[in-house]
Design a protein around this ligand. Structure first.
Ligand code: MN
Length: 151
């Protein structure tokens, strides 16, 4: 009888735990992209994969969102209307609140030096446009499936 008394609350706790943990583990991605259509496509694609998405069309708003939402990862377009994605990245990587968030640069990378510039700015990886689904997901998952160690 002590078994049934202590057993029931335990069982209730165990039933609650998985859903709760699943919510907590859901990875959150900030998508910074000034092309509305690209943004919508990325958003839908990543939501289907189970990620929680925050989005913005602007660099300055990206900084605010990164600070307040503390996403697990940022997809950063380089060409943005207000400040370029490289400058946004530099600012985020200088800020103790946001410097450990992995940033994946997304750009056409016209010249061979473009990718180096992105990495020099503090981006942790680069994905060339046009994006392929496989490459995008593989790169994202490489950062989210293991603990991230800042440089
Ligand atoms: Mn752009």
């Amino acid at each position: 009888m002590s078994m049934s008394r202590s057993g029931n609350p335990d069982a209730a706790e165990k039933m609650k735990a998985p859903a709760h943990q699943e919510n907590e583990k859901r990875k959150r991605i900030l998508v910074v992209e000034d092309n509305q259509l690209s943004l919508r496509l990325l958003n839908q694609l990543l939501k289907v994969r189970g990620y929680e998405i925050f989005e913005t069309l602007q660099g300055r708003e990206a900084i605010d969102l990164a600070r307040h939402e503390q996403p697990d990862l940022i997809l950063m377009d380089i060409r943005l209307p207000d400040i370029c994605g490289l400058d946004v990245t530099r600012l985020l990587k200088q800020d103790d609140q946001t410097k450990t968030i992995p940033i994946i640069a997304v750009s056409a990378f016209i010249t061979p030096g473009d990718e180096k510039k992105a990495l020099d700015s503090g981006c942790n990886a680069c994905i060339a446009k046009p994006i392929t689904l496989h490459n995008l997901l593989r790169t994202i998952e490489s950062f989210l499936s293991r603990p991230f160690v800042p440089q």
